[in-house]
Design a protein around this ligand. Structure first.
Ligand SMILES: NC(=O)c1ccc[n+]([C@@H]2O[C@H](COP(=O)([O-])OP(=O)(O)OC[C@H]3O[C@@H](n4cnc5c(N)ncnc54)[C@H](OP(=O)(O)O)[C@@H]3O)[C@@H](O)[C@H]2O)c1
Length: 254
């Protein structure tokens, strides 16, 4: 997979960062986006290049303005000749999800709409730009979560939009197959990242996850990175339109 390029959104930390490192380890060049952590992103570029001898570049991108994916990819075009893999990973938090991250009776359209924009629209706009550049076929992955299958407190906004993006993945896969492009989702159980630590009931979720998992521990970002890499590799050559659940066995036991 060397001399290939992965474009991934939100790789300053958490699952996105672990995934960028997983691909770089295989000699794949990395174009990744950041939102607020420009300094961190620049440090990651230096580290990826010096550790793995690949070419890495970072770009600002706000998933609340998904149409700007067009400008993002025009910038990427200046640094790289091809796109082989695209992973829609970034997620909003903080003020933008007020009214979206709450109990059912407190949900508000603005918060819910923001999560839709950041989840489904960002996947669609990013994947469209990536697919246009996949001259020799390619693979696209959307990050999803098992919160669309099992109840997680305050997670209705995210859970419903993860269900929506998984449906969008199946539509994209059906129409992009003739271009040799496979499209899949990775649905993660609770993973130890800043996003999860921001949950109001983080301690409870963490303890419950370790208790529910037959493996007796929380998920780590690297657990999802490997699944993303597998789905983009030739080992997954006939897998498209699927959601790969990586939940440490927690969903069945819930
Ligand atoms: N953690 C879990 O339990 C879990 C489980 C299943 C699925 N997931 C999914 O995995 C993905 C990554 O989650 P994570 O837990 O790794 O999150 P995280 O550690 O909080 O990282 C979020 C990333 O998104 C970027 N970001 C934040 N706001 C943005 C915006 N407005 N526009 C563009 N980028 C923005 C951040 O960039 P800056 O740092 O530059 O702001 C950061 O790189 C998400 O799609 C999430 O839903 C997470």
């Amino acid at each position: 997979m060397s001399n290939k390029l992965l474009v991934i959104t939100g790789a300053t930390k958490g699952i996105g960062k672990a995934t960028a490192y997983r691909f770089a380890k295989e000699g794949i060049n990395i174009a990744f986006t950041y939102n607020s952590n420009e300094e961190m992103a620049k440090e990651i570029v230096v580290d990826l290049e010096s550790t793995f001898g690949i070419k890495a570049r970072c770009y600002p991108f706000n998933i609340l303005e998904p149409v700007s994916a067009k400008e993002l990819f025009l910038e990427i075009d200046k640094d790289f000749d091809n796109v082989d893999y695209f992973i829609s990973n970034a997620m909003i938090y903080g003020r933008a999800i007020i009214g979206g991250y709450n109990k059912f009776m407190k949900l508000k359209p603005r918060g819910l709409d923001n999560i839709y924009t950041a989840t489904v629209d960002a996947f669609v706009c990013g994947a469209q730009q990536a697919a246009k550049r996949m001259k020799n076929g390619g693979a696209i992955v959307s990050m999803s979560s098992t919160g669309n299958l099992v109840y997680i407190e305050n997670y209705a906004g995210h859970g419903t939009n993860k269900a929506a993006v998984e449906a969008m993945v199946r539509y994209a896969a059906t129409e992009l197959g003739e271009l040799g492009i496979r499209v899949n989702a990775v649905s993660g159980g609770p993973i130890e990242t800043d996003a999860l630590r921001a949950f109001t009931n983080y301690e409870e979720v963490a303890a419950k996850t370790a208790e529910l998992s037959p493996l007796g521990r929380m998920g780590q970002p690297e657990d999802l990175a490997g699944a993303c890499y597998f789905l983009c590799s030739d080992e997954a050559s006939w897998i498209t339109g699927s959601t790969l659940m990586v939940d440490g066995g927690t969903t069945f036991k819930k």
